[in-house]
Design a protein around this ligand. Structure first.
Ligand SMILES: [Zn+2]
Length: 345
């Protein structure tokens, strides 16, 4: 079980970088990876604080995260031998930091500038364009420093996506339990409770989040970090990723570049909560309240593509048993589900 040693969330927390570096006993060289925007927004400041903490800092700005970008980062690590890697940016940058630091056997520190999904604290990462459209196990961050002043500058849609990702744990946990009961899969009650509690907290505080208060953002951040910790405890994405995530991955395969991960997972959770005969109406209500998509049109996809994705979802990961594997729905049943929940007309 790998858990972060330091989690610092709040306004202006970037200035605590030197203190964290000292407490963790980091010396020598550090490599900072960031996107061009995130470098301007936070990366520069992080570098300044690292130099104050007497670390020698190298910076690598990356644009995308295809396999070739990972190779560039790994080559830089091999060439300059930093003691620690800092990932400053959104999900893509954090994932790149996670994978490359893990493969090169050095720790990484997560400094998120957006909160669009739970990858900011989790040990899992996804590689775009790889043969696995879902996340793979890498390593958990040694520390997470989340500055709400920085994150609040990201477009509102990122926050909505983060909320959708957290709310989707309602069905992820149901799928995990189902796999335990029917397939004797390992189930960890503590990790499951942590994921579920995060979903409940975001639901209860939806109003606070909508008003874009610092306090609301803190709730969301703490929920996303707790989800990451839940995955670290479980040693897999099980507590945080079930049928609704498979639906989101399937939608990416059916039609790419339409909406964000958490937005799709939120809609996925409405669909699969319906299949569980659970309270899908409440999930839909909360997503609506947050301004998140709750229909195919709002997701920017055709009704037929949404139905196709629901049917394809269980085939992406046959080994990850969920309600979709159990029910093995045909096209007609998928359409009926999407209609009954008002996701398609
Ligand atoms: Zn997710």
């Amino acid at each position: 079980m790998q858990l972060p040693r330091e989690v610092i969330v709040g306004k202006g927390t970037l200035n605590r970088v030197p203190e964290v570096v000292r407490r963790l006993g980091l010396r020598g060289k550090a490599l900072v990876i960031a996107g061009s925007k995130s470098y301007e927004l936070a990366g520069k400041t992080v570098c300044r604080f690292l130099e104050q903490a007497e670390l020698k800092v190298d910076v690598l700005q990356i644009k995308t995260m295809a396999e070739k970008d990972l190779i560039t980062i790994e080559q830089q690590i091999m060439a300059t031998k930093p003691q620690v890697l800092f990932g400053v940016g959104g999900g893509t940058i954090i994932d790149a930091a996670k994978i490359s630091s893990c493969s090169q056997n050095i720790p990484f520190i997560s400094i998120p500038t957006t909160v669009s999904h739970d990858g900011i604290a989790s040990p899992l990462a996804s590689i775009k364009g790889s043969d696995k459209p879902y996340s793979i196990l890498a390593q958990a961050p040694l520390a997470i420093i989340a500055d709400t002043e920085v994150i609040a500058q990201a477009p509102w849609r990122f926050m909505i996506s983060g909320c959708g990702d957290v709310i989707s744990k309602f069905t992820a946990v149901k799928d995990w339990k189902l796999a335990h009961i029917e397939n004797n899969e390992y189930y960890g009650g503590y990790a499951a409770s942590l994921a579920l509690m995060s979903a409940k907290l975001v639901t209860q505080n939806a109003e606070l989040i909508v008003y874009r208060q610092d306090e609301g953002l803190r709730v969301l951040l703490e929920a996303l970090i707790s989800c990451g910790v839940a995955m670290s405890i479980a040693g897999s994405s099980r507590p945080c990723s079930g049928s609704e995530h498979l639906f989101s991955h399937a939608l990416d395969m059916v039609k790419s570049n339409h909406s964000m991960h958490g937005e799709q997972c939120g809609v996925g959770a409405i669909l699969t909560a319906y299949l569980y005969r659970a309270n899908w109406q409440d999930i839909k209500k909360t997503l609506k309240q947050l301004g998140a998509p709750t229909t195919a049109t709002e997701l920017g996809v055709e009704d037929s593509d949404l139905v196709k994705a629901l049917e394809l979802a269980p085939k992406i990961r046959p080994e990850r048993y969920t309600i979709l594997h159990k029910l093995n729905l045909n096209t007609e049943a998928c359409e009926k589900t999407a209609k009954a929940t008002g996701i398609i007309d």
